[in-house]
Design a binder for this molecule. Structure first.
Ligand code: TYD
Length: 211
């Protein structure tokens, strides 16, 4: 059991920025400091939210989801994840490191998808009582990273990865705008370099939260 207060850290960014590698490295570093750490991801993280994840990434109907339905499903998955995993862990004093959180919905559905930030924030207020991370690590990788990841995966793209380059550019622009509007909450991290170099930048960006 960790001493003191748990913190909630979210990783954000486009596809292929190395988020999951960095989540793992950060968890290891925090555990080495004696902190209790839970790592998780969105969409998903609990059995209910993982079931919704499958619906989102492989829509059962060829017609896919409307932008509104998609936003509701992400918000529903998040509500389950917050209620059953994130809040209980924080209440126990643990650190929670999450691969994507509500700012993904703001950038993908609200920004690139055109629903607007107000709609996404309203869903988040209803579903998850507006829970905010203590810090958002925004990994910025440039356009090449997505292209490389897509090439490496061949045809196996999910319903969101497979969207146009223009959509993914709009996602990156939306993340940038969110970070510029709220520099207290967001740390923009250059995601190029070795995983170790990026990890060191992230630790620096979290220094004020560490014990
Ligand atoms: P995932 O395979 O986890 O992508 P990544 O490894 O890049 O994080 O799939 C999640 C996909 O869902 C990803 O394309 C981003 C998208 N997404 C949204 O559109 N809105 C959201 O709120 C979240 C959490 C994810």
């Amino acid at each position: 059991m960790s001493a003191g207060r748990g913190r909630f850290i979210a990783f954000e960014g486009g596809e292929g920025a190395g988020k999951s590698t960095q989540v793992g490295l950060l968890a290891e570093a925090l555990r080495a400091m004696g902190l209790a750490v839970v790592t998780t991801r969105e969409p998903g993280g609990t059995p209910g939210a993982e079931a919704i994840r499958n619906l989102l990434l492989a829509p059962p109907s060829q017609a896919g989801w409307t932008p509104q339905t998609e936003a509701l499903l992400f918000a529903a998955a998040r509500a389950d994840h917050v209620a059953h995993l994130i809040r209980p862990a924080l209440a126990r004093g643990e650190w929670v490191i999450c691969d994507r959180f509500v700012d993904s919905s703001r950038a993908y559905q609200g920004g690139a998808g055109g629903l607007g930030d107000g709609a996404i924030l309203a869903l988040h207020a209803f579903g998850s009582d507006g829970l905010r991370p203590d810090r958002v690590i925004l990994l910025e990788a440039g356009e090449g990273a997505l292209a490389e990841r897509l090439a490496a995966r061949g045809a196996e793209l999910d319903a969101i990865e497979g969207r146009s380059a223009e959509y993914h550019r709009a996602v990156a622009a939306a993340f940038r705008a969110l970070a510029e509007d709220d520099p207290q909450s967001f740390a923009r991290i250059e995601a190029t370099g070795t995983p170790k170099e990026v990890h060191a930048r992230i630790l620096t960006a979290l220094a004020d939260l560490l014990p």
